[in-house]
Structures are given as structure tokens and as C-alpha cells.
Design a binder for this molecule. Structure first.
Ligand SMILES: [Fe+2]
Ligand SMILES: [Fe+2]
Length: 127
């Protein structure tokens, strides 16, 4: 994945987290098989924090189209893949890495873009 303007939503904290997401994905793609699981765990920890951060913001502004459930769905799916990878199914981990970029593109363009718009409108000070 390549970071680009298309991902910038104009909320610095969010953009920073999304840039890290892209970096984590790229590191995972480049990881040697023996490094895959620890890097995958680091990616999952970052993604859990990324989603929790947005969930907090959505709650703070009483966001009308909260996408907390989408975050939970995706994180659960990723954690299930992680269990399978631990049991030796590295192929499934690689498959996930092919699916993440289109998911992320769509998520940023729709759900996160709407959230960023509201955050800017409400002048929420972000934690
Ligand atoms: Fe996000
Ligand atoms: Fe999101």
C-alpha cells in the first residue's frame, strides 16, 4: 500500500493513525514467515487502538452514523485469522493482506471520511 493524499481526511490525529496502519500492512507484507506472527500481533494491537480511538470520538460527538459495529466485525475477523495463522495457516494471513487494502480504501472514503467531517464541524479536541 502506498500512503497518499487520497487518504488524508484533514484530522491530523486520524491521518497519523491511518498512516501507521498503512505502514503496518506494508511491514506485514514484507515479513519473513518466522516474523509474521509477532508482526501480525503488533498490527492487531495497533488496529484495536485505532478503532477504539475512533469509537471514543464517535461517542464524544454523538456521531449519528456510528460505525463501531463495523470496527468490531473487522477486528473479530482479523483475530480469527490470527488464530488460524498460529495453527500454521500462513496462507490465510496472506489472503487477509490482499483484502485489507480495498477494505481500508473503502472505509476511509466512506465511514472515516464522514467521521472526519463531523469532527471538524464540531471542533472536538482529540485525545
Ligand atoms: Fe480509521
Ligand atoms: Fe473507522
Amino acid at each position: 500500500m502506498e500512503w497518499g493524499e487520497r487518504y488524508e481526511l484533514g484530522v491530523a490525529r486520524m491521518d497519523e493513525t491511518h498512516r501507521e496502519f498503512v505502514d503496518f500492512c506494508n511491514e506485514l507484507v514484507a515479513a519473513a514467515p518466522e516474523d509474521f506472527l509477532p508482526r501480525f500481533d503488533a498490527f492487531i494491537a495497533h488496529t484495536a487502538a485505532h478503532f477504539a480511538q475512533e469509537d471514543r470520538w464517535m461517542e464524544a460527538i454523538n456521531f449519528p452514523v456510528c460505525h463501531r459495529e463495523e470496527h468490531a466485525r473487522v477486528l473479530n475477523a482479523i483475530r480469527e485469522v490470527r488464530e488460524r495463522v498460529e495453527k500454521g495457516d500462513l496462507f490465510l494471513g496472506k489472503r487477509l493482506l490482499e483484502e485489507l487494502p480495498p477494505w481500508f480504501d473503502n472505509h476511509v472514503d466512506t465511514m472515516d471520511a464522514a467521521l472526519a467531517f463531523y469532527i471538524k464541524k464540531t471542533n472536538l479536541s482529540l485525545d
